[in-house]
Design a protein around this ligand. Structure first.
Ligand SMILES: [Zn+2]
Length: 109
């Protein structure tokens, strides 16, 4: 697991990143990863059960599935911090990205 640290107002925050390999039977090894993300911070003053523990739960399930059953593409799972403060975690992280595809999980029922 990688930790992407960023600062907001001189206070450090962390995005948590898990890279899972593609299916080793796939010939192409230069495929860009599919990025799937969910934020783990909650709206201030709320327990965060829907927003966004639901997204984190699905992210953890994706980790279990893709770790045991890899697909054609590598998978990058990212848990962002400080999204309810104005998408700060993802904005900082995305500045580092160039070619990856991204799917964000938010408030799932
Ligand atoms: Zn949210």
């Amino acid at each position: 697991m990688e930790i992407h640290t960023f600062e907001v107002g001189n206070k450090p925050y962390e995005n948590l990143i898990l890279n899972l390999p593609s299916d080793s039977k796939t010939e192409k090894s230069d495929l860009s990863p599919i990025l799937i993300a969910a934020h783990y911070d909650a709206v201030p003053g709320t327990p965060g059960a829907d927003d966004n523990a639901t997204g984190v739960a699905v992210l953890l399930e994706f980790a279990r599935i893709f770790a045991t059953e890899p697909i054609k593409y590598p998978i990058r799972l990212v848990a962002f911090d400080q999204e309810e403060s104005g998408l700060l975690g993802s904005a900082d992280y995305v500045t580092k990205l160039r070619r990856e595809k991204m799917m964000s999980l938010e408030m799932l029922g």
